[in-house]
Design a protein around this ligand. Structure first.
Ligand SMILES: [Zn+2]
Ligand SMILES: [Zn+2]
Length: 336
């Protein structure tokens, strides 16, 4: 079931766009239908699991070749540095302004996010602001509903939302969507140095691994796990927010689009998979607002606030959360 037009605080949609048709004002053609339901479940599941199975299959192969606790430690540390750089920095801070940061933290978040190898900062922010402006409607750079609601269209759309959109010739105009960042010399410079930060990100693990073990073998396995596997995993988790979290998941909050809360991605995505709440309240510094919803990014922002590095944090309060709840009975769940 899709959200109604009563969504709150979303950017206005320009006249003439087909928001009604794409965002779900039309009745669902297939997803609600009992007949198609099981087929959709199976195909969705395949899309979600097959790449992961491939990744998992690669692990035992590489395991015999060599992995150490150091490699796993480097992988985990680098993963969460980049992940929080994206979620706290690129997303909650630079895109949505959910808190203000002292200058050193602003610079550090820009660099940490760049280490995730997800493209230059300003491009990331411009794409994401456009995503919120048109979420799941025409103009959204990466909606899984782009090609329609039939099973083949959704499969194509999930691929598009996950990876394909990045190869689209049409680029989001950065001057239109991120003028505030372009005006900041240091931020513009870090964004332009994307290739440099990519090199730094890929070279830290082999450097540490090589020096600690004092061997080429140690450098090589650290590169495989700490650089390659780590970047691939973080990429897929980030892209899953665009694909999986706009196709499945619970929808307890009002939003104009099809964003869902997907609990099993919460830890790996540093709290970003509470994506339904995020679209219902985009500037909130916390996405996992309900009891037991892990959100490591929100926890770190709180620590930054306590340290005096972050201020004017937009924490959600109970009234604000309640105002965004879906009242319709049964309207809070996905087609799954
Ligand atoms: Zn989204
Ligand atoms: Zn967002």
């Amino acid at each position: 079931m899709t959200a109604g037009p009563e969504a709150v605080e979303d950017p206005p949609i320009p006249a003439g766009s087909s928001v009604d048709a794409a965002a779900g004002a039309l009745p669902s053609a297939t997803l609600g239908g009992e007949q198609r339901r099981s087929l959709e479940q199976i195909t969705l599941l395949l899309f979600i699991t097959v790449p992961f199975v491939a990744l998992v299959a690669a692990v035992p192969l590489a395991w015999g070749w060599g992995v150490s606790w150091l490699d796993l430690g480097l992988m985990t540390a680098m993963y969460y540095v980049g992940c929080h750089g994206i979620t706290i920095g690129f997303h909650r801070y630079f895109t949505h302004g959910s808190f203000k940061a002292k200058r050193p933290l602003r610079i550090a978040l820009a660099i940490m996010g760049s280490l995730a190898v997800e493209g230059p900062l300003v491009r990331w922010v411009a794409d994401h602001r456009k995503h919120h402006k048109f979420s799941d409607a025409e103009g959204d750079p990466h909606s899984p509903w782009r090609f329609g609601e039939t099973v083949p269209a959704l499969m194509k759309g999930l691929w598009w939302a996950h990876i394909g959109w990045m190869f689209d010739e049409e680029q989001t105009p950065q001057h239109k969507y991120a003028p505030d960042l372009i005006k900041d010399d240091a931020i513009r410079t870090i964004s332009r140095q994307f290739v440099v930060w990519t090199a730094v990100s890929l070279l830290i693990p082999p450097l540490v691994g090589g020096l600690v073990t004092w061997s080429w073998q140690g450098a090589l396995t650290a590169f495989f796990w700490g650089s390659l596997v780590r970047v691939a995993l973080l990429h897929h988790v980030t892209w899953s927010i665009n694909s999986i979290c706009h196709a499945v998941g619970k929808r307890p909050f009002k939003s104009r689009d099809r964003s869902g809360n997907v609990w099993w991605l919460a830890v790996l995505s540093c709290g970003e998979s509470w994506h339904n709440l995020h679209h219902a309240d985009p500037t909130s510094a916390r996405h996992g607002v309900m009891k037991g919803q892990l959100d490591s990014s929100a926890r770190l922002i709180r620590w930054f606030e306590l340290a005096g590095w972050a201020y004017d944090v937009r924490w959600p309060n109970a009234a604000r959360i309640d105002a965004r709840r879906n009242e319709t009975a049964g309207g809070g769940t996905s087609p799954r």
